[in-house]
Design a protein around this ligand. Sequence first.
Ligand SMILES: CC(C)(COP(=O)(O)OP(=O)(O)OC[C@H]1O[C@@H](n2cnc3c(N)ncnc32)[C@H](O)[C@@H]1OP(=O)(O)O)[C@@H](O)C(=O)NCCC(=O)NCCS
Length: 145
Amino acid sequence: MLVELRLATMKDSDLLLEWRNDAATRKASLSPEKVTKANHLSWFQSSLRDKDRRLWMAQVEENMIGSCRADRQQEGWLLSWTIAPDMRGKGLAYPMVLAMLNSLTGPFFAQIKSDNLASIKVAEKAGFTCQELKDEVLYFVREVD
Ligand SMILES: CC(C)(COP(=O)(O)OP(=O)(O)OC[C@H]1O[C@@H](n2cnc3c(N)ncnc32)[C@H](O)[C@@H]1OP(=O)(O)O)[C@@H](O)C(=O)NCCC(=O)NCCS
């Protein structure tokens, strides 16, 4: 399945907030509290301006299937990803993460809660290995090829 990434714009704001406040997204998040519209807007506007952050929307044909993010850190990029609630369980996260990996130069990092088995599988399939478990969060790394 061809998953294409495009950079997010202000028009994506409401959809991203909806996905962010979905119960499973919140459970998987390192900051699981519900986000208000005002807080989201301010986070989203500054994210779009941030030169050290890339925020993409992923689509398959016309359908928005998820979003992913990369934050530049001293040692590489910290990645995170979400599949739209009605698009989960269809094998879409792996090609979306691959598309993100292909658009940047590593090394890459990801932090995944230890009970998020689907996301752990996606990370491992995409070449990440787990370096550390701390406070129920797994720290993954994917070195440069
Ligand atoms: C986690 C998430 C990214 C996975 O994306 P997805 O496209 O729905 O995942 P898939 O359907 O491709 O499943 C990935 C793999 O995990 C497996 N899997 C799914 N649910 C599982 C579960 N509860 N236990 C074990 N394995 C599971 C799938 O069988 C698949 O394995 P395979 O590659 O061997 O076939 C997506 O469900 C999501 O966005 N969830 C909410 C937000 C989130 O968790 N984001 C990631 C934060 S780190």
